[in-house]
Design a protein around this ligand. Structure first.
Ligand code: AMP
Length: 467
């Protein structure tokens, strides 16, 4: 196993084989820093986002330390079902040659089924907080003394209101354990929790600046409120992304946009917390295997999902904070691939977005939306290249039979054009230039894009399309 950057970590042969099978050659920065510390038995606070290889950063040393003594030796707590399954899958694959068993425990699955799986004596248990606490309170996990406990996505657990559950879970765990806390950000509550549950922890940190790296091109487009759908469609038309995630702020928005995209003939699916488990898994699976190539998702549902070949991330609104921005755009540009992150901002959101960009140390670049002609051209090209189904051909032939031929063709073309023309939008060139100039000439304190909104009203601007 020459030339493998993992060699120097002194791992068991079986673990090295698992790493090789996964195709990992060089440890990622978080792995290079965290693995030796975990192998050395230290408690750890690791500040790292998804996409950095953090799952393997804790899974590899955990696997290396397993004794297979018939007990559950490691517990990994993570906020969502999808993440639990993803982690369990990665641990299982890395541990293939150790022949280990993992069990995943999360809400919404039959308790009896989970008890049967737990009776199978897995070495690694991956769980979401609520259901795990339920099992513990009801004494359904026998002799539960994991020697390594991982808290994954701790800040997300805080956001989702799981921190009390997490603390209570720790009251059931042995004091002699090794604890690893992973979090993208370190809000005060997480620092406080860390003080309570960790013992003289070591710290490792992969900063956002490392993440929003040159592999991800970041752009923003100024639009007017009410034109978000059309802007997304126009950008999709012109950029023709291979695989993209569009982040919306609310579940309702995710459903509405997804429907709109489907109407516009885009293969899209929604992913949010109001969907049942099966529907969520269906969307993720369809996105992974290419049945759909646009996922319209809310933050929570898409957090931490490992889909490696996302080419574009769209922010339908600006995210709430820099952390969310980093998380979202980190869905693309993974594993050394190039990615593009696009944020739609209204003039009113401009200031707020600038703050986010300052925080992630990226200079704000305002792009112009593709012109109507550009996007329309692409749209027509797309139609011309589309393979017409037999069914559509049948309807078309019928149409021609029913009318005289010229009329039929004309109607069809007009219909297609109308569909294209409905893709309106955006501020005019003049307005974008004005915004750019305002930004250049005013000090940051003076910038107030509310004036921009007034300008629209004075001019009688109605958000019509650019031609
Ligand atoms: P994570 O941050 O755990 O979500 O991991 C992101 C992706 O990187 C996953 O698909 C991992 O399988 C992959 N990955 C993790 N470690 C490595 C590595 N050392 N080399 C290449 N890919 C990796």
């Amino acid at each position: 196993m020459k030339d493998n950057g993992f060699n120097s970590l002194d791992l068991k042969q079986a673990v090295m084989r698992g790493i090789k099978e996964m195709g990992f050659v060089t440890p990622s920065p978080i792995q290079a820093q965290a693995i030796p510390l975990v192998l050395g038995g230290h408690d750890l606070i690791a500040q790292a986002q998804t996409g950095t290889g953090k799952t393997a950063a804790f899974s590899i040393p955990i696997l290396n330390r397993l004794e297979k003594n018939g007990d559950i030796e490691a517990l990994i707590i993570t906020p969502t079902r999808e993440l639990a399954m993803q982690i369990s899958d990665e641990v299982f694959k890395l541990g293939k040659f150790l022949r280990i068993k993992t069990v995943c425990v999360y809400g919404g699955q039959s308790i009896r089924r989970q008890c049967e799986l737990l009776d199978n004596k897995p070495q690694v248990l991956v769980a979401t907080p609520g259901r795990l606490l339920d099992h513990l309170k009801n004494g359904r996990i026998a002799n539960f003394e994991p020697k390594i406990v991982v808290l994954d996505e701790s800040d997300e657990m805080l956001d989702m209101g799981f921190l009390d559950d997490v603390e209570e879970i720790f009251s059931y765990l042995p004091g002699s354990r090794q604890t690893l806390l992973f979090s993208a950000t370190m809000p005060d509550q997480i620092k406080y929790l860390a003080q309570k549950i960790l013992d003289r922890p070591k710290h490792v940190k992969i900063t956002p600046a490392n993440i929003t790296n040159t592999d991800i091109t970041q752009k923003c487009y100024v639009i007017n409120e009410g034109h978000r759908d059309e802007a997304i469609i126009r950008l999709l038309d012109v950029l023709t992304p291979a695989k993209s995630i569009v982040f919306t702020s609310t579940k309702r928005e995710a459903d509405a946009l997804c429907e709109r995209l489907i109407q516009a003939r885009y293969k899209s699916g929604a992913l949010h917390g109001d969907m049942d488990q099966r529907a969520r898994m269906d969307s993720i699976r369809a996105f992974k295997n290419g049945k759909i190539n646009i996922l319209v998702a809310t933050d929570v549902a898409a957090r931490g999902l490992d889909i490696s070949d996302v080419s574009h991330v769209f922010n339908y609104h600006i995210p709430l904070n820099p952390e969310s921005y980093v998380h979202r755009i980190g869905r693309t540009g993974r594993a050394g691939r190039k990615g593009m992150a696009i944020t739609l901002i209204t003039p009113l959101e401009f200031k707020e977005f600038k703050k986010i960009q300052d925080e992630v140390k990226h200079s704000l670049e305002i792009e112009e939306l593709p012109s109507f002609d550009e996007s329309h051209n692409q749209f027509v090209q797309k139609i011309l290249k589309t393979k017409i189904s037999d069914e559509a051909m049948g309807i078309y032939t019928d149409l021609i039979d029913k009318s005289d031929e010229t009329n039929g063709i004309l109607k069809l073309i007009s219909f297609m054009l109308q569909m294209g023309l409905e893709r309106k939008i955006g501020p005019t060139q003049k307005e974008i230039d004005k915004l750019k100039n305002q930004d250049k000439h005013r000090s940051s304190k003076e910038r107030d894009y509310r004036g921009y909104g007034r300008y629209h009203r004075q001019e009688g601007y109605r958000g019509g399309r650019r031609r």
